[in-house]
Design a binder for this molecule. Sequence first.
Ligand SMILES: CCc1ccc([C@H](C)CC(=O)N[C@@H]2O[C@H](CO)[C@@H](O)[C@H](O)[C@H]2O)cc1
Length: 800
Amino acid sequence: MVRTSRKTSDFRESLLQHLTYTMGKDPEHAQFFDWRMALSHAIRDRIVDHWVASTRETYEIDGKRVYYLSMEFLIGRLLEDGIVNLGMYQEVQEALASFDMDMRTILDDEPDAALGNGGLGRLAACFLDSLSTIGCPAMGYGIRYENGLFKQSFVDGRQVESPETWLQEPHPWEFERPEVRFTLGFGGDVIFENGRTFWRPSELIQAEAFDTPIIGWQGRWSNTLRLWAGRAVDPFDLGLFNSGDFAAAAEHEALARTISRVLYPEDSNEAGKELRLKQEFFFSAASIRDILRRFDSAHDDIRLLPQKVAIQLNDTHPAIAGPELCRILHDERGLSFEEALEITHGCMNYTNHTLLPEALERWDERLFGRLLPRHLQIIDRIDDAHYKAHPNRPLSARSDGQVKMGELSFIVANKVNGVSALHTDLMKQTVFKDLHALHPDRIVNETNGVTPRRWLHSCNHGLSDLITDTIGDEWVADLEQLQKLEPAIEDKAWLDRFRAVKAANKKALVDYVATAHGIKLNENAMFDIQIKRMHEYKRQHLNILEAIAHWQEIKDNPNGDWTPRVKIFAGKAAQGYHFAKDIIRLINDVSKLVNADAATRDYLQVIFLPNYNVSLAERLIPAADLSEQISTAGKEASGTGNMKFALNGALTVGTLDGANVEIREHVGEDNFFLFGMLADEVMQRRMMHDHAQQAIHADPRLARALNALRDGTFSPEDPGRYAHIADNLTWSDYFLVCSDFTDYWRAQREVDAAYRQPEKWAKMAALNVARSGWFSSDRTIRGYMCDIWGAESLIPQKSK
Ligand SMILES: CCc1ccc([C@H](C)CC(=O)N[C@@H]2O[C@H](CO)[C@@H](O)[C@H](O)[C@H]2O)cc1
């Protein structure tokens, strides 16, 4: 690929250069794809300069490096992120306009990198943006899935999944690193020879690195995201090919690629599948090898490792990295086991993201022992060492025929953290109660955050410009400056501009939904949005039950003084999670009936948008009036969507769960619609065997709504379709939908009343914006740097 000059100062020229020499097209014949690729390369050129400089500086300063190991990075699109972080939005817009190209059209041509399921994966992506913006030398390690999270479409209201083949077209944001390959093993046996123990794996595979630069705000620093792809040790067997067995000849390559072929779509139910464990070991072991190779290249005393390396385990999925580091230090480098474990302990840290029992990884020891025989032995020795240190409290990672990755991560880790204040407290009181008693200083809290670059500055230009006009633009990298907006909120003219911004965002969403789905939404209605993975603890079924009861009330009194609402849902259900899929179908069936109901549709519309992903969230959140954060208290570890909505001027109707608690503390209880039982009340209520029947008996609205599920109102062609949902809610209702219904209804009516006072509502919404600065992932990362990693920023910090 010959290029005369790599980068001209004039961006338009650089764009044209790449269209011509990188894409081999002239403006007259170029497709959107060609323009996007040319634009991506022109932006990438400018990012690479910062990347190379940051990488060189990291080596020179040789400070502590952070390694963030995650099975998921829910990145979304990267082009606009690069343009915005380089501060080139205007310049790019003009350059494209000079070729009569619309920037939005080009940006929307990019596929999402959907390498994650939900909260955990998106948090990892926000963290990468903040690590670079702060200038903390760090590297993300993960898997380069050829297929991201499945595409969702609806057939007769049912979720249908199809492969997400984001890599079928060239991906301009990655650099293949053929020189960075590690050979890894599985299976085999453990042999003991002249005093040393060796693992002799029976199956070998290679991990090849693909690097993506992660540029920070104003391009002051750029870190690397290194994703591993499976490759065969010997990809092609010529002998088999010549014998005509063509498939067998290429089998090794196909088998090797299987390991990085697809993301497991479960987001809170451990599959326990062998391939999943192989994926976890594959990327963890390759990352440990790469970390040691880099350390060895600049240091010759491995005992220094904890001073130079901090590893963060994003949940238990990479937990095997602990025993793997131990194995290498002991088996290969000859350190005593005690010393190997001490060094490992000094480097490793673990973040827990869920208390759901079904989401805690517990591997069958036979499967584990067959795949990783030496690691099982190492884990036993880790348990022995822990037992020796705490003989009176036998707590082990391996027990009852299982390898418990939560316990293993806790025992190996230096610091363990939860992701919201409530969640961290519940960790100490429940899943890690015994271990916390043994290690009272190990658990710390680091409440989640979101990057204000993508989730305000980039996705909500109207609000971003209004804020910058009012307080300058330093807020983008110092979000707590939003507080400076508070005086302006008292100014009617300012509030009118704030309201106009929200109205414009709602109009834009109405146009998008009309174009993409042919549905005309009432833009003057309240936009009430619940977008997140489908799960019973997130209670999308409580939301739709309230909508049904509301619809029934409007039908009773169509001329009543109702507050018009549009209820918007979006979210994927794991393939095997049938109850969640049935809730999707119910919402689509309710939507079909209610939206066609002439008597009520001016007051209530319901819509379920397909294929929820990062890019759709960037469209929906700026247009939201109401944010639904209605999980059963004690179940949502934190939530991060809740933060994005508050930051974009939506009011929250929510329970005291996860980070809702801290959002309400920051924005003020008058600016938050609270309902529902507290976490400890939930435990109490669940003790009652008939808690749901009692609730139904006490609330005729609830009873009537449930009857509509049973009598086929929403499925006349198949009346019994939703009886099982009504039965579940009546006879088990583990997530207390019925017991919280009445209070939820009460809160929603308060929401209606508040929305009918536009000034009051706008003030409450603007105060949510002004007081959400603390929920920046920059604040969260500074917490990790200080409390857990002991890492420093390598770029001069702006003086306060
Ligand atoms: C093994 C299957 C599996 C896969 C993913 C997970 C994740 C931990 C689930 C997840 O995404 N948890 C969410 O993490 C967010 C970031 O901390 C929190 O804000 C959410 O509350 C939490 O549900 C559990 C189990």
